[in-house]
Design a protein around this ligand. Structure first.
Ligand code: AMP
Ligand code: ZN
Ligand code: FE
Ligand code: FE
Length: 289
């Protein structure tokens, strides 16, 4: 079984890289893509565990980008056997570190702003939760736990939302910039969970293609049979490759299982990886009878 979309606790998942590999073994997933938000740390740490467990590990990442002011998630996959030596990937890793630096810079200013508003909150506390991917949801949790707000909703509405008084600006990559960075590194740039794209996707497609996007995540645990069919059609129409995965986050999203999605709603075809240009031996690609 293939699953090309999962998160470890290096971003917002709850499983350590080692636990995620154990989970893959348990779920019968033999080809696993780790796509942490804005970091390769989970993938890097999982490499030896995957080798030991006999799991084919796919190097991936999920970038948060902006498209017409709205958030769009973008998956990057680095499938070349020699990808770790690929010089473009070294540049991409640097680009990712720059994005993390922009986030950390924002977090420092966000802490200053929240302290100005009278909250006793520190960067250390936030980073203890979010590590390199510390974001507003972590700040919101702390505000709730310290009793400053009743719930996460109120934390955002009153302080953290773009329109609220605690908001501070962060530079975020535009969709086209993220796609270009992935493609320069020899990666596949796939539109993550297209069902969550705000606006009319069919009419956005020409623009996304022009940016260099070359795949669509047609299979995802948020998709129904009907939406999957729609995205497969769009991929076909625009000559895009197709990717798929559960978006497993461990206990952070308890309804989603690795490989099979929500109550088995995910069914990723066995030849998906070959269609992405990975050479898979004949014996491996035959369904087990
Ligand atoms: P950050 O990347 O640190 O700016 O945080 C962005 C994340 O905060 C998003 O991915 C959402 O999960 C969450 N978020 C942003 N705005 C809101 C909001 N108004 N209500 C709830 N969650 C939000
Ligand atoms: Zn996530
Ligand atoms: Fe996402
Ligand atoms: Fe994800």
């Amino acid at each position: 079984m293939i699953d090309l979309h999962s998160h470890t606790n290096e971003s917002d998942g709850t499983c350590s890289p080692e636990e995620l590999i154990e989970e893959a073994v348990r779920a019968g997933v033999d080809t696993l893509g780790i796509t942490d938000h804005d970091t390769f740390k989970g993938y890097d740490r999982a490499v030896p565990f995957a080798a030991q467990a006999g799991i084919r590990l796919v190097c991936g990442i999920e970038l948060s980008t902006k498209l017409h002011g709205r958030s769009v998630h973008l998956l990057g996959y680095f499938l070349r056997g020699d990808h770790l030596a690929h010089s473009g990937l070294a540049d991409f890793r640097t680009w990712v570190l720059d994005q993390q630096a922009a986030r950390r810079d924002r977090n420092i200013r966000l802490i200053a702003r929240l302290r100005e508003l009278g909250f006793d909150i520190t960067l250390e506390e936030a980073e203890a939760r979010g590590k390199g991917m510390t974001g507003r949801p972590h700040f919101a949790q702390i505000l709730v736990e310290k009793g400053y707000v009743a719930n996460l909703r109120q934390a955002f509405d009153d302080y953290l939302d773009e329109s609220a008084k605690g908001y501070v600006y962060r530079r975020e990559p535009q969709f086209a910039e993220g796609v270009a960075a992935i493609r320069r590194a020899g990666g596949i740039a796939s539109l993550a969970h297209p069902v969550r794209v705000k606006g009319d996707l069919p009419s956005l497609m020409p623009e996304l293609c022009a940016a260099g996007m070359n795949a669509i995540e047609a299979y995802h645990s948020d998709h129904t049979a009907a939406t999957t069919a729609l995205y497969l059609d769009l991929a076909d129409k625009y000559g895009m490759m197709v990717t798929g995965g559960s978006d497993f986050h461990g206990a952070a999203k308890p309804g989603v299982q690795l490989g099979s999605g929500c109550q088995g709603n995910l069914s990723i075809p066995n030849d998906l990886l070959e269609k992405l240009g990975v050479r898979v031996s004949k014996a491996e690609s035959q369904p087990q009878s």
